[in-house]
Ligand binder design. Structure first.
Ligand SMILES: Nc1nc2c(ncn2[C@@H]2O[C@H](COP(=O)(O)OP(=O)(O)OP(=O)(O)O)[C@@H](O)[C@H]2O)c(=O)[nH]1
Ligand SMILES: [Mg+2]
Length: 175
């Protein structure tokens, strides 16, 4: 089980990635393509989980090679938690992708990033309400200052332990 960082290009995915990974970051090339992505490790509870900085994509209907890789990564990681990063100043566009990802069935946590820019522009988002409507955790973040990263990882931890295999591993009950 991995963690995938997904979202539109330029929403702050790589800054979030650098904030939450340790030193073990490596660049990889998605086999058969020229698309590069970063991979790192992050401690979630008692486990080390792989975090993948997925290339930016506008939708799950790929329009170029990078988007194709993003969709393939999601399809290859069916039970992975997806951190969907949204630019708070362009929430409508971001939510379109978030809904597509939620429909894929992966556990999703939404990072409403660029909260500082949104505040400057007087854009206010009712996080509680959004959370209720979408049925997934929503965390306001400012990746460049680190704000919200702890809360984000707390939500990821909760999302990983809603995986049945994981619960059984934790509480026992298998022969
Ligand atoms: N003000 C502000 N700037 C941010 C924030 N998060 C990221 N940025 C800036 O936004 C720009 C894009 O950030 P990246 O992390 O490179 O975005 P990305 O989603 O990885 O972009 P791609 O890899 O091209 O898809 C950079 O200049 C960041 O410094 C934030 O919360 N607030
Ligand atoms: Mg990036």
């Amino acid at each position: 089980m991995n963690i995938l960082l997904m979202g539109h290009p330029n929403v702050g995915k790589s800054v979030v990635f650098n904030r939450i990974t340790g030193a073990n970051v490596s660049e990889s090339n998605y086999s058969g393509t020229t698309v590069d992505y970063a991979k790192g490790y992050v401690r979630v509870g008692h486990k080390e989980m792989e975090l993948i900085d997925v290339p930016g994509t506008f939708s799950l209907e790929p329009k170029d090679k990078a988007e194709e890789v993003a969709v393939k990564m999601l399809n290859e990681n069916k039970d992975s938690v997806v951190i969907c990063v949204i630019d708070s100043t362009k929430i409508e566009r971001g939510l379109y992708l978030a809904l597509e990802i939620i429909e894929m069935g992966n556990p999703v946590v939404i990072a409403l990033n660029m909260q500082d820019v949104a505040e400057d522009k007087n854009i206010q988002i009712n996080v509680e309400k959004l959370q209720k409507i979408l049925g997934v955790p929503v965390v306001s973040t400012i990746a460049v200052s680190g704000k919200g990263m702890k809360e984000l990882m707390f939500s990821v931890k909760k999302a990983t332990s809603s995986n049945i295999k994981d619960i059984v591993e934790n509480v026992g009950g298998n022969q």
